[in-house]
Design a protein around this ligand. Structure first.
Ligand SMILES: CC(C)(COP(=O)(O)OP(=O)(O)OC[C@H]1O[C@@H](n2cnc3c(N)ncnc32)[C@H](O)[C@@H]1OP(=O)(O)O)[C@@H](O)C(=O)NCCC(=O)NCCS
Length: 204
């Protein structure tokens, strides 16, 4: 559900905020990324994450149409939580409430990624909680994740995302956060986008 637009005729809004989505401020030069924080995924989060993954649109775009069982969630995410698989998983927090799931990994650890085994590069995947969708939150949350997590590693210079080209909300949000079509050949059915460290911090 989208937030209500400002009252007709008001015409005033805080500096740097999006005309219809106040949460979008940080992606457009404001400071709202400071209100978005990340904490590591914990085993106790798995039921909540499972409930998010079982609903559209995450079910379609993130899960390929099949909701994960509790056993599947544990098999996939517990090794990541324990650090046995080099994918760092995070919960997005907004006003101290869980609002999304983000993960990132280095491409050198996953050579089958569409971008290939590039050095000094990472990739991310993400989804918002159903209650956080439709409010323009994804773009500032992506930017906050780049600032606070991905580019906190000083050797990472570029971050990739590979949304399904038909996932228009994600493609739009990634572009708003500074991701652009990556140079080089594009795999079929994948839109390879990337954001450089320089571009991410130019937007803060
Ligand atoms: C993708 C996702 C993160 C988008 O987050 P969001 O903040 O709820 O996005 P919004 O609904 O506010 O839409 C963002 C933009 O896309 C546009 N958009 C949304 N749905 C659209 C559609 N079907 N067609 C065209 N544009 C669309 C919105 O109008 C908005 O545009 P604007 O920036 O010009 O205002 C969220 O839908 C989600 O968690 N999806 C499931 C998981 C997923 O797809 N993850 C990404 C994998 S790459």
């Amino acid at each position: 559900m989208r937030k209500a637009s400002p009252a007709p005729g008001d015409g005033r809004r805080p500096a740097g905020t999006h005309p219809t989505h106040p949460e979008r401020a940080s992606a457009e030069g404001g400071g709202a990324t400071r209100e978005l924080t990340f904490r590591r995924l914990q085993a106790g989060d798995l039921p909540l994450l499972g409930s998010w993954l079982a609903l559209e649109p995450a079910l379609r775009w993130y899960q390929g149409g099949k909701a994960p069982t509790a056993a599947e969630l544990e098999a996939k995410y517990l090794p990541r939580i324990r650090g046995e698989v080099a994918v760092a998983c995070w919960i997005l927090m907004r006003q101290e409430q869980p609002a999304g799931f983000f993960q990132t990994y280095r491409l050198r650890d996953f050579p089958s990624h569409p971008a290939g085994p590039r050095p000094r590069a990472a990739a991310l995947d993400y989804l918002l909680a159903p209650s956080a969708q439709g409010q323009g939150l994804a773009a500032p949350a992506l930017l906050a994740f780049l600032h606070q997590v991905v580019f906190a590693a000083p050797d990472i210079l570029r971050c990739y995302a590979d949304p399904d080209p038909a996932n228009l909300a994600s493609v739009r949000s990634l572009r708003r956060a500074g991701f652009r079509k990556s140079p080089g050949p594009q795999a079929e059915g994948v839109m390879l986008l990337s954001c450089t460290r320089r571009r991410a911090f130019a937007q803060s």
